[in-house]
Design a binder for this molecule. Sequence first.
Ligand code: SF4
Length: 581
Amino acid sequence: MDRILRVDMTDRTAALEPLPKRYKQRAGRWLTSSIVHDEVPATCHPLGPNNKIVFSPGIVTGTSSPTSSRISVGGKSPLTGTIKEANAGTGWGRRLARLGIRALVVEGQPKEDDFWLVKVAADGATFEPAGEWTGKKLSEVYPEVFSKHGGEKAIDVCSIGVAGERRMAASGVCFNDQEGRPSRYAGRGGLGAVLGSKGLKFLVVDDTGASDVPIADPERFDEGRRKMAAALNEHAITKPKGALNSYGTAVLVNIINEAGALPTHNFRLGRFEGAAKIAGEAIFQGNKERTGSELYNHACSPGCIIRCSNTWHRADGSEHTSCLEYESAWALGANCGIDDLDQVAELNQLCNEYGLDTIEVGGTLAVAMEGGVARFGDGRRAIELVHEIGRATPLGRILGSGALVTGKAFGVERVPHVKGQNMPAYEPRAIKGIGMTYAVSTMGADHTSGYTIAPEILGVSGKLDPLNPDKAELTRNFQYATAFIDTTGHCLFIAFAILDIAAGFEGMINECNGVLGTEWIDDDVTRIGKEILDLEREFNRRAGFTKLDDRLPEFMTRETLPPHDAVWDVPDRVIDSVFGR
Ligand code: SF4
């Protein structure tokens, strides 16, 4: 039976309740955004007792569907003040789905400043003090938590790091990967700080005794699953030994640099001289030289057949960090002018250790460099600055609050953000569609809310001129489709295959129909995507956001970006036409 597990941190109680009928078909982002919309007062303080944090596995999470072990995490963001959904690939969500828990809602706030571990199992949840594990690096404490609670076969772990404990807005929510590393993040929006504000250090899920996820129409599900797997195995980007499997997401560094859209030196330039040194190909080659192996990519979560996650190794062949994603290599590398992979890897690992969002931290370091705190390219100083965040020094607290606060503290105008969230790794002046996505996303500057890079740069689903500003329909359609994918529990990287291969798209819908017993068709993807966006936009409206918040920073309309020498020139009326207001 589908249930909601409510964990109230005020008096440390937990209760299972049946999933309300109106949520019957909802899961993943659709359900987290529904619950946040319905239960969280939009004007509440994100770190106060009235905010809630909601976890929900996707519709097909926990089944044999490929690449579908995502867990959505939702709440009101302390970074942006908007609604937020971030998701991660991990076995944690699969276990929750197998327990029949469609949503786990954490609410309330303890009176004392203690931290707790909540263990979720078939009969509900139990609480135990977690103070002994606070103030430490996550790689030190995860093995102890695994060992105390049955090991990696029995449990998966969700947690915050010291940044979340200190309620910093750049903190993320961390999950373990398949090897037990604390490395998979629902990173953006500062949701780690919300967990910290509730005194919740660990959420452990033990699915011992759970049954398989029920499937209403096994034949239909199986047909959908097979079509999805076939599409993923066929497409050049997602297939075995394809782009993602061979070089990880960092394969994009050279591609986006070549397109003149790799933000460099805090969004001053569109190309980075050292791009090739931090690209996926360099990670592949460096690992090969240091380990003698070409097979370093792995699946971050059970059942992924794309297997894009990498591991970077030190000169002595020992493991340094996992995963070094495109966004992280860019944020901590090109955007800060750092081209030394070992330094970039150390910055990445420190973010993993302290529980930080690599994109926000990279953006913040670049703004701090702009403000004279360090020189661009000074990797050693950048590492010291991330340690300042980990120690929560006064400077570290400013940096841990994100790029916008850091810009204010150091008198910097060039803060490339929307609604307080630093932009990710695609220059909007050089790729207009993604800029429009940043502008109108319900969550601040966020590439994953509508990845128009697919047609604008990669030639997936057609090929569009990235400099053409006429992209209102494109960004709207991508945001609707993405909201649906975030609801299914699939990793967003399936999008490359299902956008180009019609049978894959059909497969995704039929997997959902098979699990839920629904009769959804193509149009329902748009219908449901729109419904999700409408809920999120309504929450933001109630929180006080208007169309005037859907704007890119003024400096981008004024400063030209080399090599295209382009400015941000999409008229406000075109931006406002995306969602028709
Ligand atoms: S494609 Fe990559 S990020 Fe997505 S689930 Fe697979 S390994 Fe994880």
